[in-house]
Design a binder for this molecule. Structure first.
Ligand code: F6P
Length: 507
């Protein structure tokens, strides 16, 4: 009986939000002279401004009441104390333990494994695996997107190792790397939580063949394996001393903090990796300790859900106004869409709310000259997230950075203000929402805090939807079909697929 009452109550709370009258963003600024200050927060080098949204103090209260009734504070503490909240896989989701926030034994275990990783890095730096200049990091999804983003964002150009992250099964991704690198000076990092992923292993075989062809004596001796299944790596032939395990409770798309971050720590230095973890930890503590009304991931999730459920906007766009963060939209796509792209609740019931929005985006100012037309005048409204960094990452004329930031801010202002015209072709409707995240500097600690912010925001979104963000059964069917298609034992799929196969490979 209580359960039924609770459900009705939650429905009413959602309806209060959905039916809340929407005032234009400009009018919200007109009626509240302090809106810019009240709808923005700073935490540890991250400034989050959501004043250019339709959120009001009343709406935030309603979201607060909903979050309370859904027990989101208890869910946050369950997440951050290592409870088994990934119920469909019967395990905890312990990425924060890698940063020092979680169950005590899990934190200890994470630290032991990180120390093992640091010891191997020290040995490689000291020449234990011979002269190494190049690193090929093979992995896909969560085993590649984080390492690639971090190395790309934080490298300054004078690193000891030249690192390439290769994920795609398409040989066109790997071949240029093999052409560029010296096989005798290459370390091969195989990153796979499950240690079974087809793309990663085909690429691994190709790198090993290349090493053999180039006359490397013991290619297997140049492999470092990053995995939650160390037994598999051992069976496959990697020496135990070069296997860096991590906990099964760290999900693939949440794994950059674990030994999956090995290539990051090797390339950028252990100190940078430690700063990354420390930055993420401050966000964990903020998320755990701050009340909803001052909690960045919670407030950002309220914005997300408002546009998803009240306005039914199906996508959200993230634009990095900083070339160093050009891979962030890709990283967020996996984090948000693989976590929250589900149709059923944790209890297995059909969702009546929209699941994750489609995350897409690009880099400013390039995107302004390509996709922003639709953002300003298309029939679809897309909530936009702008990301910028106050301090530039280059030494060219400051005019570059000034121009970049001014463009970023101007786009948010233009989306909101619009510009009426009697000529329908030249009319800008305006009232289009955006949030802006402004980082003081792009340092490992700030980026750590930013990525943890996105993880927790994704978690709050899942909790508001009532879904489990930590499984990803939806990716399995495609893998199964690919296996069936590659069978030669006469397995037939549908006529269209069979026709494509014939056309590509011949009868
Ligand atoms: O197929 C999806 C997925 O399982 C992701 O969740 C994961 O990040 C990626 O593949 C790679 O998996 P693994 O690290 O086990 O190779």
């Amino acid at each position: 009986m209580f359960g039924v009452w609770k459900r009705v109550d939650t429905l009413t709370l959602w309806n209060n939000i959905k039916e809340y009258p929407k005032a234009s963003i400009l009018s919200l600024f007109q009626t509240d002279a302090k809106r810019a200050e009240s709808f923005s927060f700073a935490h540890d080098g991250i400034f989050f401004d959501f004043s250019k949204t339709h959120l009001t103090a009343d709406l935030l209260d309603k979201f607060g009441a909903l979050a309370q009734s859904l027990g989101i504070d208890q869910k946050i503490s369950a997440l951050l104390s290592g409870e088994r909240i990934n119920v469909s896989e019967n395990r905890a989701a312990e990425h924060s333990a890698e940063r020092g926030v979680g169950a005590e034994t899990s934190i200890e275990n994470a630290q032991l494994l990180q120390n093992r990783m640091k010891a191997l890095i020290g040995a490689i730096d000291a020449g234990a695996l011979g002269e190494i200049e190049h690193i090929i990091h093979l992995g896909i999804g969560g085993s590649a997107l984080g390492p690639e983003l971090l190395i790309d964002a934080l490298k300054i150009g004078d690193e000891k190792y030249d690192t390439a992250v290769v994920s795609n099964i398409d040989g066109s991704a790997l071949e240029p790397v093999l052409e560029k690198f010296d096989a005798h000076k290459t370390l091969l990092v195989v990153a796979s939580k499950s240690f079974t992923t087809a793309e990663t292993f085909l690429n691994t075989e190709s790198v090993l063949s290349w090493m053999k062809q180039e006359g490397v004596d013991d290619p297997f001796g140049k492999i470092v394996a990053l995995t939650a299944d160390p037994e598999k790596a051992l069976e496959w032939g990697v020496d135990e001393s070069r296997i860096l395990p991590f906990s099964e409770t760290v999900g693939g798309r949440y794994s950059i903090w674990s030994s999956i971050g090995f290539s990051v720590a090797l390339t950028l230095g252990v100190e940078a990796f430690e700063d990354l973890l420390a930055g993420a930890k401050t966000m964990d503590e903020h998320f755990r300790d701050q009340p909803f009304e001052q909690n960045l991931p919670v407030l950002a999730a309220f914005c997300d859900q408002y546009y998803l459920q009240s306005c039914q906007y199906e996508t959200r766009a993230v634009f990095s106004y900083d070339e160093r963060l050009r891979l962030l939209p890709d990283y967020l796509q996996q984090l948000e869409m693989e976590s929250n792209g589900k149709s059923v609740s944790i209890e297995g019931e059909q969702l009546t709310l929209n699941s994750a929005p489609i995350t897409w985006g690009g880099v400013g100012t390039d995107a302004q000259h390509a996709v922003f037309q639709l953002l300003h005048q298309g029939t679809q409204v897309v909530p936009v997230e702008f990301l910028a960094v106050s301090e530039s990452g280059h030494s060219l004329d400051p005019a570059h950075h000034q121009g970049l930031l001014l463009n970023c801010f101007a786009q948010g202002a233009a989306l909101m203000a619009g510009k009426p015209s009697d000529d329908p072709h030249r009319n800008y409707p305006g009232d289009r929402p955006s949030v802006t995240i402004l980082l003081e500097q792009l340092e490992p600690s700030t980026l750590g805090a930013l990525l943890a912010f996105y993880e927790h925001r994704t978690f709050v979104n899942s909790a508001l939807l009532g879904i489990n963000p930590f499984d990803q059964f939806g990716v399995e069917l495609g893998k199964e079909m690919a296996r069936k298609l590659s069978d030669t034992d006469g397995n037939q799929l549908d006529p269209s697929t069979e026709q494509l196969k014939k056309r590509a490979f011949g009868a």
